[in-house]
Ligand binder design. Structure first.
Ligand code: UTP
Length: 298
């Protein structure tokens, strides 16, 4: 089986209800951390991992997402006329090579597993990455690049993993592992989606980066619903283990922000703004002034 990963699936067909009313007309993935939409972070991470084919699984109301990757000739002409070279370079990061990007529709939000399955014909017979843009990971070496490097040695399926406290385990897919060592690569012997509080097999949660074999697509053909009545990707990956094929948890280096939740999105906004040389002084000063005031008011 080929171990070079060149295709990535971006499931972006969810309803994004936690961000209503904004997501009534703005796709969650277009919401910005400082000045870049979530989807731009995901695309940049994929590019840096060597991905050349980008497959978006979209749904009704996501046309702003498709437009985002189009060329913008009028805007470009205006920037050139005004010699705004830096902005021109920024604009170019949103451009995609012709034929490099594909959009597939998920007609009903039947779950993440179903969304990934919608891309099966474009994936064919090769391993592929899955990136959930609402998991934003700040890292020196981007998370997916860390994983593709490790994957060249392991093959099989690989999921990004991170320790979470006990009370958070019901919100995640949780890994069942022999021993929760500090190794980056952890052999997985089972996976459970959203275990009830107190029943999680470990504290290792699956985060939105995956490298999967086409076998997972075959399993998803069954269309069986799992936790929450949704077709779960976790269940299909767990089947790989049942079939005796290796699944590895990859404990990535970096800080992950859950931008699918309001608190996570705000934390990411503050953190990314503070990391920006053009904003850190002014914004840092503002924070250092308001934080003590907020504390005193508590
Ligand atoms: P979430 O569980 O965050 O759901 O999906 P959501 O609809 O985006 O947001 P909330 O919970 O209503 O606020 C995780 C990822 O899986 C995709 C989402 O777009 C998101 O990237 N997804 C989920 C689909 O593409 N299709 C689905 O049927 C479900």
């Amino acid at each position: 089986m080929k171990r070079r990963v060149t295709k990535a699936v971006f499931p972006v067909a969810g309803l994004g209800t936690r961000f209503l009313p904004a997501t009534k007309s703005v796709p969650k993935e277009i919401m910005t951390l400082v000045d870049r939409p979530l989807i731009q972070y995901a695309i940049d991470e994929a590019r840096e991992a060597g991905i050349t084919e980008f497959i978006f699984v979209t749904s009704r109301g996501k046309s702003a997402l498709e437009d985002y990757f189009d060329n913008a000739p009028e805007l470009e002409a205006e920037l050139r006329k005004k010699n705004k070279d830096a902005l021109m370079e920024t604009l170019k990061t949103t451009y995609m090579d012709s034929g490099a990007i594909a959009y597939i529709r998920q007609h009903k939000p039947k779950g993440l597993g179903h969304a990934v399955w919608c891309a099966r014909r474009l994936i064919g017979d090769e391993p592929f990455a899955v990136i959930l843009p609402d998991d934003v990971i700040a890292a020196e070496k981007p998370c997916l690049a860390q994983m593709t490097e490790a994957y060249a040695e392991t093959g099989g399926c690989m999921v990004a993993a991170m320790r979470v406290p006990d009370e958070k385990t019901p919100a995640y897919g949780i890994l069942d592992v022999e021993a929760d060592t500090l190794d980056r690569k952890i052999s997985v012997r089972g996976m459970v989606e959203k275990p009830p509080l107190g029943s999680a097999p470990s504290n290792l949660a699956v985060i939105g980066r995956y490298i999967l074999t086409p076998d997972v697509m075959n399993t998803l053909n069954d269309g069986k619903a799992g936790a929450g009545g949704e077709i779960q990707l976790t269940d299909a990956i767990a089947k790989e283990i049942a079939h005796g094929r290796p699944v590895t948890g990859y404990r990535f280096e970096g800080e992950r922000f859950d931008c699918g939740s309001k608190a996570g999105f705000l934390q990411a906004t503050v953190s990314f703004a503070l990391a920006r040389p053009d904003l850190s002084d002014e914004f840092g000063r503002f924070l250092s002034e308001i934080v003590p005031v907020a504390r005193a008011a508590e």
